[in-house]
Write a new protein. Structure first.
Length: 462
């Protein structure tokens, strides 16, 4: 048994980042992880593997659709699914081993096994009980279940099963037009599957800017995805090789069925806190099953903190990372802070979708007077050269002060472009500050500047 300053339960982006920052700040730190490898959902079965498949399937799409026009002639590549999966597995391995290396470098003990908290200040892993001044719960989230839908991870899969299908599906049904459904739906559509997305609401990607939602859906349709909107999935009936999905349309309650060889359930995730012993400890949960914390990420039990997907807020790896760093600062007696108003969100389809801050709807609802600066990638030289001119940048700024309140981008490298706006927002910048900043030519970033110019006297290339 060892005594620690901090024991963190879970080694996902929240937990491992927290552990590294704790160690850097001089705290004796351990991290509990029950998986074979570090990195949690994100590195093992989430963000990182899905990005490998998004990248390889995008390369295929480029070869099939744009190479000839660029003067690159020859047969398009064919898909070696086994090799693609092994590329994905190698990507996971280099990343998870990287975290293991960082743990060693920072002298963080990896307590292997599933942890529980038998009492404040104690963490049980296997038969051993370790003591710590502070405990941080970073146990993440799991796929939420859908009544009538039984997941077997072969035919009816969550994102985990969708990242290791035995063979490529010919027909795929995706339940839920959220981030996971559209990212993985895109992958299999590009790899040749006929993909139908069934969504309960009337718009895809709930919570996104309305104009982005419409443009995004139009582009995905053009790429071959089919959408059934306003439809509630009732059940799936699966055999060993295919499944029948039954759904009702909300507008008239009519019942419909569709068959597929793979069904991806992507209807959201819920906090994962099973087995931690929170009930017995009396740790308070919210009515949505999240661990309730105060503004310093402490639960109602002194010395027990929680961060990431298992508390409130968007279930995003980088939000968890920020909370991990902030709570480490707090535990080291410093000041920890997360600006929840400036957390970007990105969908890694092609084109990418990215947003930060408030949407027009939120500004309207709050009665804030705002102005909009919008610029289409059609006016961006670099985007046109790269056959990537679909989409736009939209900046929302306060009508009086010109302060940037939000930005919404659909287009090439949107997930990278959004960060200059995040930095600007952190500094309380105005749209004019962005507009007066010299942007290299020719870059996609010029579209951000043009959108900022559109908040003032107007863009140049519109
Ligand atoms: P989501 O909450 O983004 O979307 C779920 C969708 O399913 C919603 O549009 C909802 O209306 C729909 N739905 C729910 N029940 C339904 C039913 N019975 N029939 C038809 N449609 C139904 O959830 P998702 O995509 O599973 O993602 C889970 C979490 O993981 C999210 O918080 C997301 O932010 C995070 N994530 C983030 C990624 C990123 O940042 N790129 C990548 C993957 C996941």
């Amino acid at each position: 048994m060892a005594n620690y300053d901090v024991i963190i339960i879970g080694s996902g982006p929240g937990g491992y980042v927290c552990a590294i920052r704790c160690a850097q700040l001089g705290l004796k730190t351990a991290c509990v992880e029950g998986r074979e490898t570090l990195g949690g959902t994100c590195l093992n079965v989430g963000c990182i593997p899905s990005k490998a498949l998004l990248h390889s399937s995008h390369m295929l799409h480029e070869a099939e659709h744009n190479f000839a026009a660029m003067g690159l002639k020859g047969k398009s590549p064919s898909v070696d699914w086994k090799q693609m999966l092994s590329y994905k597995d190698d990507t996971i391995a280099t990343n998870t081993k990287g975290i293991e290396f960082l743990f060693k470098k920072n002298k963080i003990d990896w307590l292997k096994g599933w942890g529980s908290i038998p009492a404040p200040g104690k963490v049980k892993v296997g038969d051993e009980v370790h003591e710590a001044k502070h405990i941080v719960i970073a146990s993440g989230s799991e796929t939420s279940s859908l009544p009538g839908v039984e997941v077997d991870e072969k035919v009816v899969v969550t994102s985990t099963g969708a990242l290791e299908l035995g063979k490529l599906p010919k027909k795929m049904v995706v339940i839920g037009a959220g981030v996971i459904g559209l990212e993985l739906g895109s992958v299999y559509s590009r790899l040749g599957a006929e993909v139908t997305v069934i969504e309960y609401l009337d718009a895809i990607t709930p919570g996104m800017d309305g104009e982005v939602q419409k443009t995004f859906q139009r582009i995905l349709k053009k790429q071959g995805l089919t959408f059934v909107m306003g439809a509630a999935v009732q059940k799936t009936d699966a055999t060993k090789t295919k499944a029948k999905v039954t759904y009702t349309l909300r507008k008239d309650d009519s019942e419909h069925q569709i068959e597929a060889d793979t069904v991806l359930v992507a209807t959201g995730r819920k906090p994962f806190v099973d087995g931690l012993g929170l009930d017995a400890l009396g740790v308070k949960l919210t009515d949505r099953g999240q661990v309730a914390v105060d503004d310093q990420w402490q639960t109602n039990i002194k010395g027990i903190h929680a961060i990431g997907d298992c508390i409130t807020g968007p279930m995003l790896a980088h939000k968890a990372e920020d909370e991990g760093m902030a709570v480490a600062e707090v535990l080291a007696g410093k000041h920890g802070h997360v600006n929840y108003g400036v957390i970007p969100s990105v969908i890694y389809t092609h084109p990418e979708v990215a947003s930060v801050g408030q949407t027009e709807q939120q500004l309207k609802d709050s009665g804030r007077a705002y102005k909009t600066g919008k610029f289409s990638f059609m006016g961006n030289g670099r985007a046109k050269a790269n056959f990537a001119a679909d989409g736009f940048v939209k900046i929302l700024a306060d009508k009086e002060t010109d302060r940037i309140l939000g930005a919404h981008i659909i287009g090439p490298s949107a997930g990278e472009l959004i960060h200059e706006i995040c930095v600007a927002m952190e500094f309380g910048a105005s749209a004019q500050d962005l507009a007066l900043t010299c942007h290299a030519h020719p870059t996609y970033s010029e579209a951000v500047r043009e959108a900022a110019l559109a908040c003032g006297d107007g863009p140049i290339h519109a």
